[in-house]
Design a protein around this ligand. Sequence first.
Ligand code: DX5
Ligand code: ZN
Length: 213
Amino acid sequence: MKLAPSLLAADFGNLRAEAKQVEPVAAYFHIDVMDGHFVSNLTIGPLVVNSLRRGLSRPFDIHLMIDHPLTYAPRFDVCPDDFISFHLEAKDDPKKVIGVIREAGAKVGIALRPATPLERVFPYLSIVDLVLVMSVEPGFGGQIFMPESIKRLRSLYREVGERPVLIAVDGGITTENIRLVSEAGAGLVVVGSAIFGEANRLAAVRALNEAAK
Ligand code: DX5
Ligand code: ZN
């Protein structure tokens, strides 16, 4: 199980220093991009994300909660190990979005809102690298984990089978449920407030890793 600290819960006036604190224990930096349309919240876009890159050595896991990933995905400077995930419920044609993300040189993820039938992602499993199962309604950090997500993770894990698709889970992950999601098949666990909401971030990560065992 890999950990992706979500910077959404960090101090946005101090993003690089916040990221640096968890760099030794982060497999990826999870970055939440919101447009105020797909979700009612607004965060940062390519300009800030591309600047943030300098000085950080971990790949980025960019989570696009935006209506038009086709327009904005190519504006991120990416490394080959980065993921760009877009939502299946966004307004653009998923196949086209997958194409532009590949062309940009990143790995491709598809994210699903909690209410979206899981089967809708099945046709894409052979052409993406990651599926991000949202375990809260996207838009805000610090929400309560939706327990139904466990069943979705298990079903997805079964459906993925031998395919090289990483299953990620995002929303409400704490020491209370990290083991459950990992056992249900999540190979990448996104954690915001349970890391950046704590004064000692490294101790918080240690507690999460311990709880996952
Ligand atoms: C929510 C974001 C999450 C968020 C998770 O829309 O996609 O990445 O940062 O935060 P926590 O872990 O606090 O639920
Ligand atoms: Zn996210």
